[in-house]
Design a protein around this ligand. Structure first.
Ligand code: HAM
Length: 417
């Protein structure tokens, strides 16, 4: 039975094949995301993987809505697997915002589902680190979030040589558009054309821009000039003060495909340009209002960082640690009459917190020893009933080969570096 295209199995290391996905690499990534969030004071939340379809049709933007895994459930409700976390977060905040002091700083690591064409860096399921800051409208919040994004990539050993955060502003594009075109119907298609500028041919872009009476030349000139808005200047200044200035640059190519963004937007890319976006986000000051049907009005911003591109990048830069598993001790059971006493020993060691293995079924001594080696045990431990002066406990350090004989009733502590 094959798994569905675009979905992944995660295997423990060592992987049988280099094309397979590693459960340990995934944990490594999640651990770094959680640890960086903790340092920045972000608290973890989660929501359901299945949501009412309407949550996404309301304001997510056409691209993502076209990629929904949606169906009608047995109760006749139109539902969808979550393609992104932001609408769920907006719903959760709207429901209980009064119970939380502002600004709210929350993070989550949801698995998301998008029925999109499979390509490098894009699957039909991925895990996405989401960090969002709610209830603060000034650029200090944007800078704090950008710093978290930068530091969550630095936590993997990536440097300013490896990635850059391209900062932009929908406000700047909005001003650009409104100064030149008075028909609001063209505004959203205009943003979409800007979003696709780097992926489409100049002819395609030219045709799309012409609909709104705009030329590709003036768009390109605006991007090349890259004059920062006041809020973008404040963000860059704030990041410079932290020593993180080298990680960002103003780049108006970025406008973001999702429909709910309202102000500053940004995306993180590898500097060599080998991969798709590592992360993307921005301000969405109207989404909570929209999802709560006007009941709650809070400014918000956040970003999402997927595990797929990040893992490709870490592999390419040789930044994944080795995932060797090691156990603390292997308990040899060389005589079956000692099995019950050995189980008792295994249990007491495990209760002390040591990782301990033993043969589940009778096996020859040399096989047991081989297994201890395969499991990279630091020690072997065994009961020896025939020792002179009564039963003894034998402990062997497998790297130094040093052996110790101890009384069976002695509290056993393993010296683990
Ligand atoms: P997004 O740009 O759609 O933003 O996704 C953010 C990141 O998730 C991308 O940069 C990429 O790393 C990863 N990603 C997206 N789709 C896929 C896919 N099909 N396969 C693998 N990785 C993928 C959002 O989702 C926003 N909701 C982020 C946000 C949070 N904005 C504010 N708060």
């Amino acid at each position: 039975m094959e798994r569905l295209p675009g979905f992944r199995d995660f295997y423990p290391e060592p992987l049988p094949h280099s094309d397979l996905w590693s459960a340990e690499a995934r944990r490594h990534i999640f651990d770094r995301w959680r640890e960086t969030s903790r340092r920045y004071g972000f608290r973890e939340y989660d929501g359901p993987p299945l949501e009412p379809l309407e949550l996404y049709t309301l304001k997510s933007g056409e691209e993502i809505v076209g990629q929904l895994y949606n169906f009608v459930d047995k109760g006749g409700r139109p539902v969808s697997l979550r393609p992104e976390m932001t609408p769920t977060l907006a719903r959760m905040i709207a429901a209980h915002e009064r119970s939380y002091k502002k600004p709210v700083k929350w993070f989550a690591i949801p698995q998301l589902f998008r029925y999109e064409r499979q390509q490098q860096g894009r699957l039909r399921e991925h895990f996405q680190f989401n960090a969002d800051l709610i209830g603060e409208s000034g650029p200090a919040a944007d800078a704090e979030l950008a710093a978290l994004l930068i530091d969550s990539l630095r936590a993997f050993g990536l440097t300013a040589e490896d990635f850059t955060v391209r900062l932009s502003s929908r406000n700047a594009w909005q001003d650009f558009f409104r100064q030149r075109c008075s028909n609001p119907e063209h505004e959203s298609p205009f943003y979409q054309a800007i979003d696709k500028l780097e992926r489409e041919s100049p002819e395609e872009s030219r045709a799309k821009l012409a609909d709104a009476g705009l030329s590709l030349d003036e768009v390109n000139r605006f991007i090349a000039e890259g004059k920062p808005t006041a809020e973008l200047e404040a963000i860059v200044k704030n990041l410079r003060a932290r020593g993180l200035g080298d990680f960002v640059r103003i780049d108006y190519h970025v406008i973001r495909g999702l429909a709910y963004y309202t102000g500053v937007v940004f995306e993180a890319f590898d500097k060599k340009g080998d991969f798709r976006a590592i992360a993307g986000g921005g301000r969405y000051d109207n989404l909570i209002n929209l999802i709560s049907a006007g009941k709650v009005d809070l400014p918000a911003l956040g970003f999402g960082m997927g595990d797929v591109v990040l893992l490709e990048l870490l592999k390419a830069r040789g930044l994944l640690p080795p995932f060797d598993s090691q156990i603390d001790a292997y308990c040899l059971i060389e005589e079956e009459t000692l099995r019950e006493a050995s189980l008792n020993l295994v249990q007491s060691l495990r209760e002390k917190g040591y990782a301990v293995e033993y043969p589940l079924t009778p096996a020859k001594s040399d096989k047991q020893f081989k297994r201890a080696r395969e499991l990279k045990a630091r020690y072997t431990v065994k009961l020896d009933a025939s020792a002179p002066g009564g039963p003894k406990l034998k402990l062997k350090n497998l790297s130094t080969r040093e052996e110790k004989t101890l009384p069976v009733d002695e509290e056993l502590h393993l010296d683990i570096a």
